[in-house]
Design a protein around this ligand. Structure first.
Ligand code: GLN
Ligand code: ZN
Length: 780
């Protein structure tokens, strides 16, 4: 029988049980044992769901209490000294301090950096290597979870981040991450190369630990282990490819079989090396890598397994089962290798269970599949492959019907939207005057001090706000009462900002559940789930809406809130929108037209809003694009066309206004070196970015490029509950001011404050304003 498996399953639980348990523990409201017990229950539930649906090898160690890369750091003993963890046991609170800077016990400490996992919206904690790094097994999590799964009578397939992917994703302590190669500036590139080579020198020390791990797993009776090497879908330097050959040859035959897992794209020029590695099986992403499936089968030795990742782990569209089955049957007939059927990548990136959804249009529901449904698709494909298409005839017909209904649905195609796009011109994408002319007009209108202070938009989403929203959704609170409650929140937020002494205010985004979903609700073409949560980082989950059809704005979205907020203060109130690329990337996007077209549709809808805000007297409008780098394909060779439409979309959304209206944008967790020209091409008057965790390192790109417009490098790490001191922030701004003219600098936090509590926000922002005042006196 053909073997089925998944590369990983969502951890959070169908009702986000893990999130609530983590947060209760962090707040001191529940015990470690309660958290660990819930974690065990979730693992067990997810394994059993998969096994019962027909998955043969269940993934183990895909679960995590925070992040699987951090788990790997612990497994390998990569624990920076500042966490003060002596040799031996690493406690749960040590783990959480590495992740988030604090835990119920122990002193606060700077957390590890966080960045995006390939081109997903999942964030991992960047491992920190020392040049003389040693490795040793420091965590028993992997082995404990194998025991757990085996005790349930399941075939456990442990999942490990592979040695080369682990090194690639790491950084050397105190230096910049190294995986951005073709930087605009040679120095950064040389540094990156030096880092890359330095990291490879650690390989001989690292591999023995992998061997120990495999030996332990073999002793536990594990048959297959999945070693994830998603970097095989990147453009790798020659030295790294060579290192693959060395490393995998160095993994001893410990008795356990290795399934080397590549995913997120094609292997392309890495294929020749990858196919010849001494694995027992190779997993490929047959969705994103559909075009090279045959090439893989031709290159991999005949006696190996090839796991065909045919059920998409990155999007929520129902599988075209008939096409998948045809492909699998053809591969089986033509090639000698043994075939497995799996998800393209871990199902971590999709919601748990479509069956929970009660409020989606029935037609739309029939087009979708979440993790549980995808598991079912994998199982049914195996049945079809082993027993013939007739054996799954009814399922195939149902999938066909769903596809047909999607192609022809009137919910999807809108003539007015298509006409507007067809008429799109260069003028739509261009401000009237260049930045320096606009800057003078804006200075006159806004009357801000040097080093103006502002925030990124959201203020704490308190329990009271969430309660009011829930009551409103359930119909227990009238719309009028809900609006009154939100207005009261906004008034409180504006008063607080005036009290702290901030210069450019925001309304605080109390009325927004989520920065994408909020807008999407005003737009045709988007649909919403009730429980479609996906982990973003730690306990934070997002519920991406589904873009299924042509997008247009039904009515103004933010104008009433922004004008109300402006009416409460003489300080400028910044309008706050989510940009077109982020509206695209943080949704599950339709796959029946190019991304660029969907993005431009959204851009025009946002442009209407920007123009309406200006008409209502709002002098500064921020268009957030935290997802800008996520639109980039993993391979640099494919970047430029994507950047072109992304930049154009932003400019279309921003360019409908007069010179004296100040357009801001905000981006977080991005290294900008390699796209700085595109960032500049956005032509935003002000950009705010995340820089505090990296101690302003991320600013270098702007300096090297001589970024021409205004910039607010974040001085307050909002992903940690710690309150930054005045001195810390002054020191960070000193660094910034050495490199960027004062007239073009702003002072602001790294990102929005919605996940923080008021006491820490108040203390931090007061410190930030004090820092700004101190700097003004000192530097003026
Ligand atoms: N304006 C948004 C906020 O403050 C920006 C969030 C983000 O960049 N992710 O919440
Ligand atoms: Zn941000």
């Amino acid at each position: 029988m053909t073997i089925t498996h998944t590369l990983g399953f969502p951890r959070v639980g169908a009702r986000r049980e893990l999130k609530f348990a983590q947060e209760a523990y962090w707040k001191g409201e529940s015990s470690q044992e309660t958290l660990l017990q819930l974690a065990r229950e979730l693992r067990q539930r997810h394994w059993q769901q998969q096994a019962q649906a027909g998955i043969d090898l269940v993934p183990v160690n895909d679960f995590s209490l925070y992040d699987h890369v951090l788990d790997t750091s612990l497994l390998l003993g990569v624990i920076p000294e500042r966490f003060g963890i002596a040799d031996g046991h690493v406690g749960l609170d040590d783990y959480f301090r590495m992740a988030r800077g604090r835990a119920p016990s122990g002193e606060p400490v700077a957390a590890q950096e966080m960045t995006k996992w390939f081109d997903t919206n999942y964030h991992y904690l960047v491992p920190e290597l020392a040049p003389d790094q040693t490795f040793s097994i420091r965590s028993s999590k992997l082995f404990d979870e194998v025991d757990e799964a085996q005790a349930l009578g399941l075939r456990a397939k442990p999942v490990l981040v592979g040695p080369l992917t682990f090194l690639w994703l790491s950084k050397f302590r105190g230096t910049q991450r190294a995986h951005d190669h073709a930087d605009c500036c040679g120095a950064a590139q040389l540094q990156a190369q030096a880092q890359d080579e330095g990291k490879l020198q650690l390989l001989p020390a690292l591999l023995p630990v992998y061997n120990q791990i495999l030996a332990k797993l073999a002793a536990q009776g594990v048959e297959w282990v999945q070693i994830d090497e998603p970097i095989l879908s990147l453009e790798l330097p020659r030295s790294w490819l060579d290192a693959f050959t060395r490393s995998y040859a160095g993994l001893e035959k410990s008795g356990v079989k290795v399934l080397l897992a590549a995913y997120f794209g094609e292997l392309q020029s890495n294929l020749a090396v990858a196919a010849k590695l001494p694995f027992d099986g190779l997993h490929i992403d047959a969705v994103r890598g559909a075009a090279e499936v045959d090439a893989v089968f031709q290159a991999v030795p005949a006696d190996r397994v090839i796991s065909v990742g045919i059920v998409e782990g990155r999007n929520i569209w129902r599988n075209d089962l008939r096409a998948s089955l045809t492909l699998l049957a053809r591969l089986q007939a033509r090639y000698p290798q043994q075939i497995w059927i799996g998800s393209s990548c871990s199902l971590l990136h999709v919601p748990v269970d479509l069956a929970q959804e009660q409020s989606l249009d029935e037609g739309i529901t029939s087009w979708l599949a979440f993790a549980v449904q995808k598991v079912g698709e994998i199982a049914v494909l195996r049945l079809g492959l082993d027993k013939g298409a007739e054996a799954i005839g009814a399922v195939l017909s149902a999938a066909d019907a769903a596809r047909h209904s999607r192609k022809t649905s009137v919910l999807i195609h809108r003539a007015d939207v298509k006409e507007r796009l067809a008429a799109s011109s260069e003028a739509d994408a261009t401000r009237h005057q260049p930045y320096d002319v606009r800057a003078r007009a804006q200075a006159k209108r806004l009357q801000l001090p040097v080093l103006p202070t502002t925030t990124i938009g959201s203020f704490p989403q308190t329990a009271a706000i969430r309660k009011a929203r829930l009551a409103f959704r359930k119909g227990e609170l009238s719309e009028a009462d809900y609006n009154a409650a939100m207005k009261a929140e906004i008034a409180g937020c504006v008063a607080a900002q005036e009290d702290y002494g901030l210069d450019m205010l925001v309304h605080g985004e109390a009325e927004r559940n989520d920065m994408v979903e909020y807008f999407a609700e005003f737009l045709d073409g988007y649909a919403f789930t009730q429980f479609g949560w996906v982990q973003s980082y730690g306990s934070r989950c997002v519920k991406p809406p589904v873009i299924f059809g042509d997008v247009r704005r039904r009515a103004p979205m933010t104008v009433a809130w922004s004008t109300y907020a402006q009416s409460l203060t003489d300080k400028p109130m910044k309008g706050m929108l989510t940009g077109p690329v982020t509206m695209l990337k943080w949704a599950f996007v339709r796959d029946d037209q190019p991304l660029s077209e969907t993005c431009l549709q959204i851009a025009y809808a946002l442009r209407d809003e920007v123009v309406d805000l200006e008409k209502a007297g709002i002098a500064a409008i921020q268009i957030d694009e935290p997802a800008i780098k996520e639109c980039l394909p993993l391979r640099k060779a494919e970047w430029s066309s994507c950047l072109q439409w992304a930049v154009r979309a932003f400019r279309i959304s921003a360019s409908g206004v007069q010179d004296d209206t100040q357009i801001h944008t905000h981006m977080c967790y991005s290294e900008f070196n390699d796209i700085i020209d595109s960032i500049a091409a956005l032509d935003a008057d002000v950009i705010t970015i995340e820089t505090s965790r990296s101690a302003m390192e991320l600013l270098d790109a702007f300096v090297d490029f001589r970024y021409p417009n205004e910039i607010g490098p974040g001085v307050y790490d909002i992903h940690s509950p710690n309150v930054p001191s005045v001195e810390q922030m002054v020191a960070l701004m000193h660094k910034a001011a050495q490199q960027i003219p004062l007239q073009r600098l702003w002072i602001n936090p790294d990102c929005g404050l919605k996940t923080r509590g008021w006491p820490e926000v108040e203390a931090s922002l007061r410190n930030m304003v004090t820092a700004a005042r101190q700097l003004r006196t000192e530097l003026a």
